[in-house]
Design a protein around this ligand. Structure first.
Ligand code: AMP
Ligand code: ZN
Length: 110
């Protein structure tokens, strides 16, 4: 499942470059191009779904895999104190309509 007009599908296919941090069966993690905190990583399912709620119903194992990948990345790169957020819908600030989680942390691991 891909969408040819979707920027995250293009990152997943390699058409657009990104700073890959980690990957798993169902998801990839890469640095946000416009970081809002010292650590700002996006965790993105390989399949195209419009938001995290749609992913949850369409492919629950992929959602669990995404949460696990994000949690691993967060504990690898931060002190373990982080936010894991999912903007869902434009009023909530969603700008890319391919499901994704933001890992945000103030404190990189020493
Ligand atoms: P949201 O506003 O929750 O939809 O988050 C979308 C995020 O994607 C924003 O934080 C953007 O900075 C980020 N973003 C957009 N284009 C790229 C890109 N090409 N590479 C990495 N991050 C991106
Ligand atoms: Zn997509």
């Amino acid at each position: 499942m891909t969408n040819q007009d979707c920027i995250f599908c293009k990152i997943i296919s390699g058409e657009i470059p990104a700073k890959l941090i980690a990957e798993s069966e169902h998801a990839i993690a890469f640095n946000d191009i416009d970081p809002k905190q010292a650590i700002h990583v996006l965790v993105v399912p390989r399949e195209h779904h419009g938001n995290i709620a749609e992913l949850a119903f369409a492919n629950p194992p992929a959602l669990v895999d995404l949460i696990q990948l994000g949690s691993k990345v967060a504990s690898d790169v931060s002190t373990g104190s982080f936010r894991f957020t999912f903007n869902t819908g434009s009023e909530a600030g969603q700008t890319v309509f391919h499901a994704h989680g933001h890992i945000l942390s103030k404190t990189p691991k020493a």
